[in-house]
Design a protein around this ligand. Sequence first.
Ligand code: ASP
Length: 444
Amino acid sequence: MSNPEQNKSQNKPQKKKMHMTTKILIWMVAGLVVGSVINTFASDIAWVQDYLVNGLFLVVGSMFIHLLKMLVVPLVTFSLICGVCGIGDIQKLGRVGGKAFALFMLTTALAITLAIAVASLFGPGEGFELASAASNTFSAPVSPPLTQVLIDLIPSNPIEAYATGNMLQIIFFTILFAVCVLMVGDVGKPIADAAERLNAVMMEVVNVVMHLAPIGVFALMAKTFSLQGIGMIIPMLSYFGVLVFVLLLHVTGTLMILLKVLGRVNPLTFLKKMRTTQIFAFSTSSSNATIPVTLQATQKRLGVDNSTASFIVPFGATINMDGTAMMQGVATVFIANVYGIDLGLSGYLTVIGMSVLASIGTAGVPGVGLIMLAMVFNQVGLPVEGIALIMGVDRLLDMIRTAVNVTGDAAITTIVARSEDSIDMDVFENPNAGSTEDVHLPSA
Ligand code: ASP
């Protein structure tokens, strides 16, 4: 005879587990579909625009971006202090920082060289109808001169740097401060301990915010795609196609080879574990706003030790922009072709050097890569007005290149951690490690 209690429990709805990543992915695609449908069928229906696109999607999406940005400055500060103090000795710190910096520059240079080579092969922009595409209302972005970028590395007032969220200046000051915490020995110990506690609390805040991620990602995608129809890509297909192709090539080729050869880790495992981070970067178009998620992924999913990740991730999010450099490479070839200008080898070498420097000065926020492109164009004598041509498709490309930027940051963090033996390979190889943010959905 069957036990009624048992029957009752069998009839209860089963709890089904769904990974946070899967949930975010579903909501992201839903947002993309809803946005595209609105763009195609409802772009002149007033209430859809007022209440949905510029109402609900705008408010929820912006609130979510604010939530992420809210985490960045305190998280970067505490995590950098923890990172520096956790590494513990100045010599090791210099070595880890030096390796990370060298690899950031190397990958950015490789990325842009690949971009220019492939773009020169495909020749995007050749035979482009300039008159029909140029915009009359364009005002060229004004880029800061390189000298100013260098001077601005150092904050004249750290409080101002914190208040305005100037990441390069915050990083400069915080690393210097943390190194001095180490140098003063016992006196600095309570500060290092406090930073560790504060960092743990901030990581918990990240966890809480992550629970809202699916809704936030949905709203951001729906808003972007309601305003930007996929159709705008068509006249720019050659530029768009070549750029997306080289971006993918960098992630699935260059970075994978570096991970395998220098990092001696399985690149596919790495790629799988980066999915949530890439989705975040894609939907926010901001490496900075993605720092909390990149930190979580490198520590909990990839097994990089906390101090190493805490030190390298914010550093990379601020100075390492492989995707942005690739955009600048392809854009240079495209605009040179459109205007029929031959840059020659020395011109392209200048572009490579400038883009590597520009990537240091490019803040990890939406659209800045385009402003820094003006600096590159100025340097090689390309018409800055040419940027008007690529502006229309830049929103979408910004999303893709930001995902590439953060993948580069995490790849270098993994490689450096491996070379320092600061990565737990059991965690790296465990497919479920760090996916504790599973959510439970009652099945129907
Ligand atoms: N949005 C990019 C990032 O945050 C920067 C850019 O290319 O505009 O990484």
